[in-house]
Ligand binder design. Structure first.
Ligand SMILES: [Zn+2]
Length: 103
């Protein structure tokens, strides 16, 4: 963990949602719906009809982790699996470039 991540920077759901909308525009996708709720076993999910659900626990995670979860799920609106293109797009959008979401 980096020093600047040591402090949890908790954000309101509205701020998180605004981040998702900003990233959606940057990536060029239009989620039908963005939901934020407590999820048991994953950080986010993407339904085949373009509805995204994010785990509300993400609001308590460091900004870099939130960003990765957001970009990962939004990219699934373009690419449904984790193929080479998906991973190279993740790298392109994230400085860190690590796709650690194992779903
Ligand atoms: Zn995924």
């Amino acid at each position: 963990m980096k020093a600047e991540d040591a402090l949890e920077n908790i954000v309101p759901a509205q701020v998180f949602r605004a981040d998702v909308v900003t990233w959606a525009k940057r990536i060029g996708v239009e989620p039908k719906e963005i939901r934020i709720r407590l999820m048991k076993n994953k950080w986010a999910s993407c339904s085949s009809n373009g509805r995204l659900t994010f785990n509300s626990e993400l609001l308590h995670e460091p900004a870099a982790f939130r960003r990765e979860a957001i970009v990962h799920e939004l990219l699934h609106l373009k690419i449904p699996n984790h193929n080479k293109l998906f991973k190279s797009l993740m790298r392109a959008y994230l400085a860190e470039g690590i796709c650690s979401n194992a779903n």
